[in-house]
Design a protein around this ligand. Structure first.
Ligand code: IYR
Length: 218
C-alpha cells in the first residue's frame, strides 16, 4: 500500500459550531419538490455537484456509481412516457392498499410532468460488477450503501447550490437501461429530477420525526 499525507481542514471550536449550525439551518430546509420550472441550470453547477457525488466513499473504493445527465427533451419525453406506463400499472393494480395509503399524504399519482418540465434528470446507476482490462468480472462491494451515500452527497450539493431535487423511483425502471443505452450490469438505482421549483410550488404538510426518536445517546 502506498500512502500520502492527509489533507484535512482543522477549524477552531467556535468555527466548528458556527459551520455546523449554518449547515444544519440550510439542510433542514430542503424539501422534495414535484413541480419544476423549465428554467435551465447553469451547467457548471451540475458538474460541480457531480464531482462531489463522485468523491463519496465506497466499498473497497470501487465507486460503483454511474451518473447519466439527461437534458435532451426527446430523451426526457421517452423517459416520462415509459415511467408513466409503469406508474399507471403501479397505482391501478400493482400497489397493495397499504402502500397506496402510505403515499396518500404525499399526493403522488401516475402523472409525472416533472420528467419533461425539469431542465435535468440524473439517472443514477449501480454497477453490479466491474470489468477489468482483460474483460474479466471484478467484484464490487456494498454497492447499495455506496451508491446511496453518493446520492446523498449529490442531493446535498445540489441543494447547497440552490437547486431543488426529487428522488423519483419509477418501479420497475429497467426501461432506463434501454433508453439510455446502459449495459445490464448497471442497475437503475434512482432518477433524480433537478431544477428550480415552480413559483407556486407547494409541498405536503409532513414533518420529520422528533430527533429523540431517531437519535440515542449512550
Ligand atoms: N414510484 C411511485 C410511487 C412512490 C413510492 C414511494 I415509497 C414514494 O415515496 C413516492 C412515490 C411514484 O413515483 O409515484
Amino acid at each position: 500500500m502506498e500512502e500520502i499525507a492527509l489533507r484535512f481542514n482543522r477549524f477552531t471550536e467556535d468555527d466548528m459550531q458556527k459551520r455546523a449550525k449554518s449547515f444544519r439551518a440550510h439542510m433542514v430546509e430542503r424539501r422534495t419538490v414535484r413541480a419544476f420550472d423549465e428554467r435551465p441550470i447553469p451547467p457548471s453547477v451540475l458538474d460541480d455537484a457531480l464531482q462531489v457525488a463522485a468523491s463519496a466513499p465506497s466499498g473497497a473504493n470501487r465507486q460503483p456509481w454511474r451518473f447519466v445527465v439527461i437534458e435532451d427533451p426527446n430523451l426526457k419525453r421517452r423517459i416520462r412516457s415509459a415511467a408513466e406506463k409503469e406508474e399507471r400499472e403501479f397505482y391501478s393494480t400493482r400497489a397493495p392498499d397499504e402502500w397506496l395509503e402510505a403515499l396518500e399524504p404525499l399526493g403522488t399519482d401516475e402523472n409525472k410532468p416533472f420528467l419533461t418540465e425539469a431542465p435535468a434528470l440524473i439517472a443514477i446507476f449501480l454497477e453490479r460488477f466491474g470489468i477489468d482490462s482483460d474483460g474479466n468480472r471484478v467484484k464490487n462491494y456494498y454497492m447499495t450503501e455506496s451508491v446511496g451515500i453518493a446520492t446523498g452527497f449529490l442531493i446535498s450539493a445540489l441543494h447547497h447550490a440552490g437547486l431543488a431535487t426529487l428522488t423519483h423511483t419509477p418501479s420497475p425502471m429497467r426501461f432506463l437501461n434501454e433508453i439510455l443505452d446502459r449495459p445490464t450490469r448497471e442497475r437503475p438505482y434512482l432518477l433524480l429530477v433537478v431544477g428550480y421549483p415552480k413559483n407556486d410550488a407547494t409541498v405536503p404538510a409532513i414533518e420529520r420525526l422528533p430527533i429523540e426518536t431517531v437519535v440515542t445517546h449512550l
